[in-house]
Design a protein around this ligand. Sequence first.
Ligand code: NAP
Ligand code: ZN
Length: 352
Amino acid sequence: MYNAKAFAAASATSPLASTTIARRDPSERDLQIEILFCGICHSDLHTVRNEWGNVNPTIYPCVPGHEIVGRVIKAGAAVTRFKPGDIAAVGCMVDSDGACPECQAGLEQFCPNLTFTFNSPDKQIGGVTFGGYSESVVVNEHFVLRVPSHLNLAGAAPLLCAGITTYSPMRRWGVTKGKKVGIVGLGGLGHMGVKFAHAFGAHVVVFTSSSRKKEAARQLGADDVVVSRHAGEMQKHAGSFDFILDTISADHDINAYINLLRRGGNLTLVGAAPKPLAVAAFGLLFGNRILSGSLIGGIPETQEMLDFCGQHNITADVEVIPIQKVNEAYERLLKSDVKYRFSIDLASLKSA
Ligand code: NAP
Ligand code: ZN
């Protein structure tokens, strides 16, 4: 075991503050990674504040962060794909049983013995796992991804969650050229959704509650932008979408979007609002519409997504911050005041 500097929340109402955590020494299949950048996902905020407490209570101290890019410091003897000095990335998962049908299918996120990057029981050293708001992390090689070498590392970090969470459902539901696709909520996930849908050749419409984001949405690749509180603008798109990705992090009227689907169209929910959403049956019945969900993506698809980003030069638009600004960043995230992802430069932790 060794000590690593980190930022943790001591309770649901405490700000994140500097602390020291224990990490395991790398075993023969592990990589020890010096963390360079870690994105701030809204899931970090939900977890730190225990907003999902009824489903997955937060264990404190909580060190969040699952959009990690870093440099390999040590590689165990049985590691085959990485060596010290390599750039490596870690997303939302750090371990699974490797044997169950889900793992065999490359859908590790559904393994019954999955260990999430933070706030999961730590099967190796006990206690709870600690995430990327930290100077280093030790991870089994299977859960370590390759980042195409020409991508900006601060902007690549958010691909590990916001990227795969939006890429995966669009691939699954056949978002391609000629399809009309809606992206609801222009935050960290939403702006990646726009970039991918545009890269897949779809006609992309952004739905935002913030009229000030209209122009920026077009620059990201949107063909049209609708301010969601304008009922007339919404109505113009009734019954027309093949696919809608809903990334909203809070309570909202999902029926307003279901009604925009064409017959047989699909709305996939990736936003994880803490309270249940009310769904009107008739919105689904009329038109044989489909409401579905999607959870991040498996390791093989995450690597596919990173390679796609390499080919198409896609990264997140980030505001790079020192770790000392993390509490301010959370307040701004709650006000949808970030274009479009905060990425923490962990070099700042040295002076924390
Ligand atoms: P984010 O950057 O805060 O973006 C959420 C966006 O939702 C905001 O930018 C805002 O967009 C819109 N929004 C927020 N509150 C709203 C409200 N009250 N009414 C209407 N719109 C509202 O968050 P994120 O990191 O993209 O994460 C989004 C959600 O996805 C979170 O709940 C997160 O936990 C979840 N998530 C799920 C997965 C998964 O595997 N399914 C993975 C990662 C994250 P506008 O300003 O454009 O309206
Ligand atoms: Zn996330």
